[in-house]
Design a protein around this ligand. Sequence first.
Ligand code: PPE
Length: 307
Amino acid sequence: MEKADKIWMNGSLVPWDEARIHVLSHVVHYGSAVFEGIRCYRPSSGSAIFRLKEHVARLFDSAKVYRMPVPYSRAQLSEAILETVRANNLESCYIRPLIYRGYAELGVNPTPCPVEVSIAVWKWGSYLGKEALEQGVDVQVSSWTRPASNSLPSEAKAAGNYLGAQLVKMEAVANGFTEGITLDHQGFVAEGSGENLFMVRNGKLTTPPLYSSILAGITRDSVLTLAQDLGIPVEQRSVQRGELYLAEELFFTGTAAEISPIRTVDRMPVGSGKRGPVTQKLQQAFFAILEGKQPDTHGWLTPLKPR
Ligand code: PPE
């Protein structure tokens, strides 16, 4: 990864190489952390953070599920995120706030350990490969099941969830694919290891519902909103595995992945095997806002420098 300058740790900005924790911190042993992935874009009006409020809200929700008392308010953490981006002089970047259980005691019970917070930013280009946004990616249906919410709550973006995600991703890569799609515990389509999934079928934009054990993606929400703006019919409903092979279009959404078309599933072409028209329309609408070519009518962008 490309180093940036400063990392915010528990209230102060420290040099990148000095942002360290003790190896006996609770998080290292038991995955006891929650986090966010946020992007800062550079429209012509100046750098701005995409949906900061919603990301900070989800971070606090994740912390609540894991009974972590966050030692800052939402407003303080939002300000700290802005401060960290400014301090690193990056016009556009990926932002990773992390709330974790630190060093005090070991043993599964995390409550004796302090709740600590860090915010790092760095340049993160295309998540699924250089050509992904235009050419699309090749995926498989994973042999791993997405845990149900009463095993690992998918509502929380918790570090431990990503052990399952790693199994999905490593299996996919070992088999020559870019990503894997998981099914939920009932066998319905859930999501990718780090992305939500959309399908176009019979001209309708369809995405699995939150009760398919998915993360409530903020890009997913943005795409649903943009589809409504564009007059594209949308539905959230359980999606069967077989529908993936019959879809006219499939694409992933996520902060890192943005809107990435899927060109094959289990080596079968999706639709024409090329990025489809609905995917392209939604990409255009999405990036037009991020690049400042269309007005930010939904109030999604928080400028780094107050206007
Ligand atoms: N599902 C999962 C499991 C997931 O991790 C993400 C984000 C999403 C859906 C999409 O959510 P949103 O970013 O709010 O639209 N994955 C983050 C981390 C990826 C990583 O490899 O790390 C991200 O995109 O930032």
